[in-house]
Design a protein around this ligand. Structure first.
Ligand SMILES: *[C@@H]1O[C@H](CO)[C@@H](O)[C@H](O)[C@H]1NC(C)=O
Ligand SMILES: *[C@@H]1O[C@H](CO)[C@@H](O)[C@H](O)[C@H]1NC(C)=O
Ligand SMILES: *[C@@H]1O[C@H](CO)[C@@H](O)[C@H](O)[C@H]1NC(C)=O
Ligand SMILES: *[C@@H]1O[C@H](CO)[C@@H](O)[C@H](O)[C@H]1NC(C)=O
Length: 392
């Protein structure tokens, strides 16, 4: 019955209604094993963009992926209306999970509105593209819809009725790609997307990201366990090899006095080899120190890999030597993918988007383990090969 109604509405009204219908019919019987979000690389900013349906009435919200981000934040100063928006009340379980930095009674508007409510808890969302934090983000809840998956195709759309997110003023969207209203934080903390979806549907606190290098075909983020299958029927979960993930004691987006570890993902690079030869680097820079400085972070906030100056110089030198036999064109292309981060960056190496494209990366939050596939091109597929034709 529900699906018949949907078809009728589909012809008569907006696609919003179609989503409502498939939800109400799904709620009682269907429990997803995993979820999938399409991701496309933006040509002008190199940001990886996705879209999620939120609010009542439902609207598609364009977001930029922020791998280490602690929250889903959206602009709710402009263009935000929803009859199901609830600010999180100080001391509530939602506030506890969100690890707020403070509680506030907003008085900047005469009547409460999204982003300015009484007795609401606040956190510190981050825009990694302009390195800006905002410590007055109102923690809130609203409906979110997302597609389930069996690992081969998207399936039924499922609903999280009380998805926790952060409501921010418009200024924080500066530097985001055109039309993008916020960021989708995939960090290791409790209100980032992976942990919230895991709680909502009872699946593993892990997710996999497969970023396409193409700006015209979509990669994917999968929440929950595999299989993750790319055309032509290649189970890329089989290609994963594992390395520990490390936790930095402090991070961007967190207020130091909260004493909360960083929501970002670090790997333990111990040495760098170019052409089979060890590159001489200061080992101290590769470790994370007590103040959270140093180490190697993976980030979608940077298009290319950024290295502290001494590491950058050593790697560039090794590349130049190794490539002295290779054609000039190749040399230019490869050198473009690394950036000098200066003498005192907070992280010594930040592995950027370009270096992880067409690799499947699986982030195990509960067991602090990163699975990575190496280039899928060697396996005759790419991150653009997920079959997005829905089977719902
Ligand atoms: C907000 O106002 C309420 C009621 O007036 C008061 O009890 C509470 O302490 C205030 N909260 C803050 C953070 O000022
Ligand atoms: C995919 O590969 C994983 C890892 O080897 C395996 O556990 C799983 O059963 C495979 N699934 C399918 C459908 O081939
Ligand atoms: C370049 O290749 C030649 C021949 O394979 C080799 O003899 C030479 O050592 C190489 N140069 C560098 C800098 O590796
Ligand atoms: C993609 O999935 C759809 C739905 O299952 C299927 O009909 C189609 O053949 C698949 N595409 C390819 C190229 O296998």
């Amino acid at each position: 019955m529900a699906s018949k109604l949907c078809n009728v509405f589909h012809f008569l009204l907006y696609s919003h209604f179609l989503l409502f219908c498939s939800i109400s019919s799904a709620q009682t019987s269907f429990s997803p094993k995993a979820l999938v979000l399409p991701v496309i690389k933006d040509l002008s900013t190199s940001q990886y963009l996705t879209q999620i349906s939120q609010r009542t009435l439902l609207v598609p919200v364009k977001l930029s992926i922020h791998l280490g981000g602690q929250t889903l934040w959206v602009d709710c100063e402009h263009g935000f209306t929803s009859s199901t928006y609830w600010s999180a009340i100080c001391g509530s379980p939602q506030c506890t999970i969100a690890k707020p930095n403070t509680c506030s009674n907003c008085t900047s508007t005469p009547t409460p509105r999204p982003g300015c409510n009484k007795n609401a808890c606040l956190n510190t969302p981050e825009n990694p593209f302009i390195n800006t934090l905002y410590d007055g983000g109102e923690i809130a809840e609203d409906i979110v819809l997302i597609q389930s998956t069996n690992g081969y195709n998207p399936g039924q759309v499922v609903k999280v009725p009380q998805f926790i997110f952060t409501c921010v003023p418009t200024f924080l969207t500066e530097g985001l790609a055109s039309g993008v209203k916020g960021t989708a934080g995939l960090g290791r903390n409790g209100i980032a997307l992976p942990s919230q979806f895991a709680r909502a549907f009872g699946f593993a606190r892990k997710f996999a990201m497969c970023l396409s290098s193409s700006t015209s075909s979509r990669g994917a983020v999968f929440f929950g366990d595999g299989p993750y299958v790319m055309l032509p029927n290649i189970n890329v979960s089989k290609s994963l090899i594992y390395t520990p993930l490390f936790i930095s004691p402090f991070g961007t987006g967190y207020v130091p006095y909260l004493n909360e570890p960083s929501s970002e993902y670090f790997i333990g690079v111990k040495a760098i080899n170019v052409n089979g030869k060890a590159v001489p680097v200061n080992r101290k820079l590769l470790a994370i120190d007590k103040r959270g400085n140093g180490g190697t972070k993976i980030s979608t906030g940077k298009a290319y890999t950024v290295m502290q100056t001494s590491i950058y110089n050593a790697v560039s030198k090794a590349f130049a030597e190794g490539l002295s036999n290779v054609s000039r064109v190749n040399k230019d292309v490869i050198c473009l993918a690394f950036v000098d981060g200066g003498l005192n960056p907070t992280k010594s190496i930040v592995i950027g988007g370009y270096q992880i494209e067409d690799n499947l990366l699986q982030f195990g939050i509960a067991n602090s383990r990163l699975g990575f596939s190496s280039s899928l091109l060697f396996r005759q597929t790419t991150c653009a090969n997920f079959n997005f034709t829905s089977q719902a």
